[in-house]
Design a protein around this ligand. Sequence first.
Ligand code: OGA
Ligand code: MN
Length: 286
Amino acid sequence: MGLTIQTVSPHIGAEVIGADLQQPVGDNLFRELHQAWVDADGLLIIRDQVLKPEQQIAFSRRFGELASAAENPVIEKYSLPGHPEIFRVSNKKKDDEPLGREDAGTYWHADGTWQTFPSKASILYAIEIPRVGGNTMFADLYQAWETLSPTMKRLLEGLQAVHAMANAGDTSYGREFAGKGDAVAAKSATHPLVITHPDSGRKALFVNRGYTAHIVGMTKAESDALLGFLFQHSTAPELVYRHSWRAHDLVIWDNRCTAHYAIPDYKAVGDRYLHRTSVKGDRPMQ
Ligand code: OGA
Ligand code: MN
């Protein structure tokens, strides 16, 4: 089966045409998809897939071990009953119970960078999408690095930053986790500001507004000013692809070289219901 790969913006994202993920994905096809994903700066779109939870889970496992909602009591209720590997993102309710996490990721972030081994990939599958709205923006953190001046690059290289879940405190995520005690307060990790991606060998600016809290060794004022610039720089429109979802889209993003933002503008138009799997990280960022 020949695949066609089409870029969706000048820097980030590619669409794959000709893949059928309902069938088991053999090694050759997986290698091709993985390479296309790396080449597209960590964002791959595969449209028109009709996937049962088992099929999404089986495909996701090709990327690595999956996170399970059972590991995190606060999000357990959003997992798909019987499939703790699937986290539901939705504004819908059934009998007053949320069918998924509403307003997941409605701010710039990359998933789970507060972990010691940041998540490799998130794989989000759209089941119900409003006619318009509810897009997701993706920023290219390789480009964010590459478009800095040599002087700024010299300043940043060698610096470390703390990423903390609690940093997302003024978001719905932060509010939900607030008051859950030390278990949540402790969810933080220190990573280099500039990482070398293990698959591409390229450098990326590893920051996101949601979780990057503080640059190690700087005063709060220094860190806030520099991070403020880096957050703005890394999400400039030139570095961003905006995905307009259709039902049956499967989108795979790399949390080590992209950031994303779910736009919560759609609720007067229709409902949104998606299934996400998360591939665990397997190494520290370097
Ligand atoms: C996520 C997330 C984006 C979206 O699931 O990690 O940020 O568009 N979702 O729902
Ligand atoms: Mn997210």
